[in-house]
Design a protein. Structure first.
Length: 570
């Protein structure tokens, strides 16, 4: 055999082989108590998407739901570029936000037993010389939080404030008293009123998901919240509005029906408040709510039953207690590690895949193909349960990788040259490339080495290689290249097929044949007849060959072993 190495200067050609493997499903799943106290039931239900689910219903933080053994077989030469994890998850039967204790006025509030309670206190104030301000508020000795405030007016001021308290504060309260604290101001015809309500099944981590406020000194009626609030499934929209002036006809202090409510809200308190010495200069407050089944937007409005001179409005959304990701981490070498990829949105009642990571995300760690291929590679998920039952139907992982072997093969060909098979290939770049093995197979499955060709090692020029296989097999043969770098890593080229027939030979294939059809190749164009003998050398039939390299049908023969004798002229 001969081999040649030809070198030619050329512009550098760049390309890389990118691979996306997956999504693959796990074959192992279990609880890991390294986090949380609540175990998942039936963790192995996450193997497939079939409506059989792993679940956890106990309120609080769950264990890790671990999924491993994803069955990857990425070549060791590949560089890992990114990992995507998908979890098909949902929450079952969460309770929607509900009114627990109805709206009431005054500075006392009795609160019933409930779940995930949320106290709202709305304060409305009016003053003739300076803007009043509540700097703090307590309920039963527990510190409340100011959620929002909005003022209106230029010489005679109106103001509305919203204060709130979550379940932990409500549970710790020692009395039913609401106590506001004010900054100093000069009271001029000052008056105030308080309206409060308690809701339950409210998310305790992020109770309010959307809030807007607006005001006006114009005589616009009805009042419309300046910007819509966003609502969620199972949430509640709250609206509070105050206006200076009395109604027409005027009502007494403490009188109701100051506003006509719009937008299907349920009225809580609707009251005229004023300084008893100046009843003609008070203000009106309306509080209301609307329970939301399906999320969207709300822009509440209400019509004042009198002459408008100024108003302030606050609208917000109470979201229901949610199932939310606590941690989503990768498992590498059997250990939970890397960045927490937990998603912000709540788990939906509609089952769907949530995607974590991506094609360029390495989850805060480094990877080899062996890490990915290991049976202890996977993902761990922990959820915070607040309301319903958290469920996972399926997990799957996709891995993105690039072939990092030190070769860019741009051409590979094999050609019959009558007396030998010519094998040629070319590379664009080489890094630490040790040698090539030219391999041959007669069935395309089992290959053997026929020659080794030294590589250039490192190169950024176009390189041409070639060998001559002077002892090729008759009929169809298959060739490929095995590239080996200095570290022992290797890769294979595509497989190329070639048909070779020597001048003095005939060739028949496929041999054996399963369908009774044979292709006949002959280097002698005068071959015109074939005699078929049985295994015991009895002549069965003679067949004239109509043309060179014909297709021969022997379908009528029974299964067995036969000899073929070819005749050329005499």
């Amino acid at each position: 055999m001969e081999k040649t190495l030809l070198i030619a200067a050329s512009a550098l050609l760049h390309f890389a082989l990118h691979a996306q493997t997956g999504p693959n499903s796990p074959a192992s799943a279990s609880n890991n108590a390294a986090i949380g106290a609540n175990a998942w039931s039936s963790p192995t239900n996450i193997y497939t998407s079939n409506n059989a689910r792993a679940s956890v219903a106990t309120k609080g933080l769950s264990n890790y739901l671990e999924a491993t053994n994803f069955g990857f077989a990425i070549p060791t030469s590949y560089t890992i570029n990114g990992i995507t994890v998908e979890a098909e998850k949902s929450t079952l039967s969460p309770s929607s936000v509900a009114l627990l204790n109805t709206w009431s006025t005054g500075l006392t509030k009795s609160i019933s037993a409930g779940t995930d309670r949320y106290l709202i206190v709305v304060a409305a104030m009016e003053n003739g010389s300076a803007l009043p301000n509540i700097t703090g508020m307590t309920y039963g000795g527990q510190t409340m939080t100011e959620l929002a405030e909005m003022s209106t007016g230029t010489s005679f001021y109106g103001k509305i404030e919203v204060w709130v308290l979550t379940e932990s504060g409500i549970a710790a309260a020692s009395s039913t008293s609401i106590v506001p604290t004010y900054s100093s101001f000069t009271a001029t015809e000052y008056c105030e009123v308080f309206s409060s309500a308690t809701f339950q099944f409210v998310d305790q981590l992020v109770p309010v998901s959307s809030i807007q406020s607006s005001n006006s000194t114009l005589s616009t009626n009805p009042h419309l919240l300046g910007t819509a609030i966003t609502t969620l499934d199972g949430s509640a929209a709250i609206n509070a509005v105050m206006c200076g002036n009395n109604t027409e006809p005027a009502v007494a202090i403490g009188g109701t029906n100051t506003y006509t409510i719009n937008s299907s809200y349920v009225e809580g308190n609707d009251i005229y408040f004023a300084n008893t010495g100046f009843s003609s200069t008070g203000g009106c407050l309306q509080t209301s709510h609307k329970l939301i089944t399906t999320g969207g937007t709300e822009q509440p409005s209400c019509t004042f039953n009198g002459t408008v001179n100024r108003h302030a409005m606050i609208g917000f959304t109470l979201q229901r207690a949610r199932e939310i990701d606590n941690e989503v981490k990768i498992i590498k070498g059997g250990s939970i590690t890397g960045s927490n990829m937990a998603a912000t949105p709540a788990w939906s009642t509609t089952e769907a895949y949530t995607t974590y990571g991506g094609s360029t995300s390495l989850w805060g760690t480094t990877w080899t193909a062996n890490d990915i291929n290991a049976v202890n590679f996977g993902v761990a998920l922990a959820v915070r349960v607040q309301n319903g039952t958290a469920r996972v139907d399926h997990t799957r992982i996709t891995v993105y990788a690039t072939n990092s072997l030190p070769i860019e093969l741009i051409d590979f060909s094999v050609e019959n040259k009558l007396n030998y098979v010519d094998v040629k290939w070319a590379t664009a770049t080489e890094i630490n490339n040790d040698f090539f093995l030219v391999q041959r197979s007669i069935d395309g499955i089992t290959f053997k080495d026929i020659e080794q060709v030294d590589a250039a090692g490192n190169s950024s020029s176009l390189l041409f290689y070639g060998i001559q296989d002077e002892n090729p097999c008759n009929g169809v043969s298959y060739y490929r290249l095995k590239q080996v770098d200095f570290n022992g890593n290797y890769s294979y080229s595509d497989t190329k097929a070639v048909t070779f027939v020597r001048e003095e030979d005939f060739n028949v294939f496929p041999n054996p044949t399963s369908d009774g059809i044979l292709n006949i190749y002959s280097a002698n164009p005068e071959t015109n007849e074939v005699w078929i003998y049985s295994g015991d050398l009895k002549l069965i039939k003679k067949i004239q060959l109509p043309e060179a390299n014909p297709i021969l049908s022997i379908e009528e023969l029974i299964d067995g072993f036969y000899f073929l004798l070819f005749k050329a002229n005499d």
